[in-house]
Design a protein around this ligand. Sequence first.
Ligand code: ZN
Length: 163
Amino acid sequence: MSADMLDQLYREVILDHHRHPRGRHHLERVDVEESGLNPSCGDEVTLQLELDGDIITDVAVIGRGCAVSTASGSMLAELVKGRSIDDARKIAEIFKRMMHGDDPPSEMDLGDLEALTGVRQFPVRVKCALLPWVTLLRAAVDAGEKHAAATAGEEEATDHGNG
Ligand code: ZN
């Protein structure tokens, strides 16, 4: 595929997520919430996670911003739902490296996320693409702490099943 065709494909993927963002819904239960801001573009995003142990059972992405940040948040919602906190954190770290020039890893399917590497040629846009993922990394820290606290609680109450 030529570079032009690839660019075109990437643009279409990004626009589709921008027009129909995934994860724009209310969660029944919000276990972790983090917000992020990208002042250089004016993007805002709030991530809400619903957790079952260390598994992210649902994700809400609320925000406003440019097409790139909206698309990136939408892809995030698609990619991390159903994954462990650890896996979500891994994807965020891989994506950060991709946006700074690394090739996408062959061992992990990152879905539409690869399309965002097309904006690497516009350094200002890199921050837009990373905003939801940097916010996710902070949410993952909160989630990890919450999970660790819950696990410690279970060990103390050995005779009580929790469900
Ligand atoms: Zn932006």
